[in-house]
Structure formats: structure tokens, C-alpha cells
Design a protein around this ligand. Structure first.
Ligand SMILES: Nc1ncnc2c1ncn2[C@@H]1O[C@H](COP(=O)(O)OP(=O)(O)O)[C@@H](O)[C@H]1O
Ligand SMILES: [Mg+2]
Length: 263
């Protein structure tokens, strides 16, 4: 965290430090964040963050605890006002649009901590995910899809959410997002607090969603698993994109291995 007006730390990127270099082959992003700057009150958290997501790809955003990943997702969703910079989605500048209008266009966030209605049933939570007109029209079909992906939720559809395990609740949080008929799914901390087997189960579901053509941005603490399933990865450090590139290349990077994998 850095206060406004302080000099910000500069870190050399051994993979790619200048993202302008690769805009040529990433010309038509599904979503683009350009030079985004924001924070809370007078505390600046993000210092000119740029990233792009391509259609049908799973992109991962990594970074230490407290670096600003959730802040970035909230700014992308319009839940936090940017101080500067732009968010474009499907070629439209949505920087000033409300979260509601972004959701209507198909931008859906699976928030950190899930934020489910725990005193309601699984099915009621899924119904709430399908609130928009566009999503409502696909309600039956989407319900079948999420139940096929997560049979445990189908079995527990009439149970209160508070009776589910952490892993099942996370399946439900992702499923509620899918019920909204997303064009892009932003997932904040998919595997946090889950057992390794449950985490694996959820990561496998992302692979299936990608095969079905969904565009996703994943924020994840489990760096090894995230890099194993993603098509592209960004690393946020000191409020900026520090590194980005092919996940296989990043896995070979000594700084990544030491900082995020403890190797
Ligand atoms: N509502 C808030 N008000 C003030 N500071 C906040 C708020 N939310 C987060 N922060 C601070 O912003 C920084 C980035 O937080 P966050 O985006 O949640 O990080 P991450 O998701 O990478 O762990 C942290 O220093 C955190 O304490
Ligand atoms: Mg977070």
C-alpha cells in the first residue's frame, strides 16, 4: 500500500515488463483495462494497471495478499470508481457505467467470500443469479448445466446453504455466476480455504467452462494450480502489473518460483 504522492516502487520484469509490446497480437480483447488507477479515500492501491482478456481464454491474476486484486476486480465491475484509466468490454467504454449495466451486458463477478444467502436454499440462490431478463430466458438450460457440472448441488438443491461444506458453497457461488448467463466471469479466490481435492474439483470445472467457450478472469492464491489451467497470467505487485505472459514461462521464472511457490 502506498500513499498518494509517494514514489512508487519500480521492479524489473524478467518476463515482459512492457505490455505495449504484445498489444499487436492481442488486438481485439474481450475486455481491456487500461492504465487503471484507484484506491480508497486518499490511499492509492492501483497505479496504472493494464491487462486484456481474450475471448474464450482463462486468464489468471496473481499477487500477494493485500496487493489489490479484489480492488481491481471491483473496479472492473464498477463497484469501485476509477480515479483514472478505462475499462472496455466488447469494444465499449464502460468506465462510467454502473455495476448493474455491466451485469446486463454479461459481466459477472463471483465475489471473494462468496456472499451467498446462507439461510436460503441452493435453488433459491441459483434463481437469484438468473435475475436479469437475458439470464431468465435461459434459466432451465443453465440450471441443467450447473447441476450436470456439480451433481452435489443437484442433490442438495432444497437444502439451506448454511448446511453445505465450504467447497459446496464455492461450487454454488460459481454456479450462481453461471446462472447470470455471463459473457465474462470474474472469479475472486476460487480455492481459498478449500481442501486440495475440492480445489482440484473446482479447477477442473473451470477447464470445462473454458472448453464451452467462456471467457474468465481468475484471481487465485494457489499459483501452481492456477498456472496449470490458465492460458495467460498477470502478476500484480506494488500496485502494477509486474509480470505477464504464458503460464509455462512464468512457472520457469525464478522470481515467481521464489515469491509465489516457495521454491
Ligand atoms: N474498503 C476498503 N477501505 C480501505 N482500504 C481497503 C478497502 N478494501 C481493501 N483495502 C486495502 O486495499 C489493499 C488491497 O486490498 P485487496 O484489493 O482486497 O487486496 P487482495 O485482494 O490482493 O488481497 C489492502 O491494503 C487493503 O487493506
Ligand atoms: Mg482479495
Amino acid at each position: 500500500m502506498t500513499r498518494r504522492g509517494e514514489t512508487k516502487p519500480v521492479t524489473d520484469s524478467p518476463v515482459r515488463e512492457n505490455r505495449e509490446q504484445d498489444t499487436d497480437n492481442r488486438l481485439h480483447p474481450w475486455l481491456a483495462v487500461s492504465d487503471l488507477t484507484t484506491g480508497y479515500a486518499d490511499v492509492q492501491i492501483l497505479w496504472g494497471v493494464s491487462l486484456t482478456l481474450e475471448k474464450g481464454k482463462l486468464t489468471t491474476l496473481l499477487g500477494s495478499n493485500g496487493v489489490g486484486k479484489t480492488t481491481l476486480l471491483r473496479a472492473v465491475m464498477g463497484l469501485l470508481r476509477p480515479w483514472a484509466g478505462r475499462v472496455t468490454f466488447l469494444g465499449r467504454d464502460l468506465t462510467r457505467n454502473s455495476p448493474h449495466s455491466r451485469a446486463k451486458l454479461g459481466m459477472v463477478l463471483v465475489p471473494e467470500g462468496r456472499q451467498l444467502f446462507t439461510e436460503m436454499t441452493v435453488l433459491e440462490n441459483l434463481e437469484l443469479g438468473a435475475f436479469s431478463k437475458r439470464a431468465h430466458a435461459h434459466y432451465r438450460e443453465n440450471l441443467e448445466k450447473v447441476f450436470a457440472m456439480f451433481p452435489r448441488l443437484a442433490e442438495r438443491r432444497h437444502q439451506k446453504v448454511s448446511s453445505l461444506s465450504g467447497g459446496e458453497q464455492q461450487m454454488l457461488a460459481v454456479s450462481r455466476g453461471l446462472m447470470a448467463q455471463p459473457k465474462i466471469l470474474l472469479i475472486d479466490e476460487l480455492s481459498l480455504g478449500l481442501s486440495p481435492i475440492m480445489a482440484l474439483n473446482l479447477f477442473e470445472s473451470l477447464t470445462r467452462l473454458k472448453e464451452a467457450g467462456l471467457t474468465m478472469l481468475l484471481v487465485e492464491q494457489n499459483v501452481a494450480m492456477a498456472l496449470a489451467v490458465s492460458d495467460y497470467a498477470y502478476v500484480l505487485a506494488h500496485g502494477k502489473i509486474w509480470l505477464h505472459g504464458d503460464p509455462r514461462q512464468l512457472l520457469k521464472n525464478d522470481d515467481i518460483r521464489q515469491t509465489y511457490l516457495g521454491l
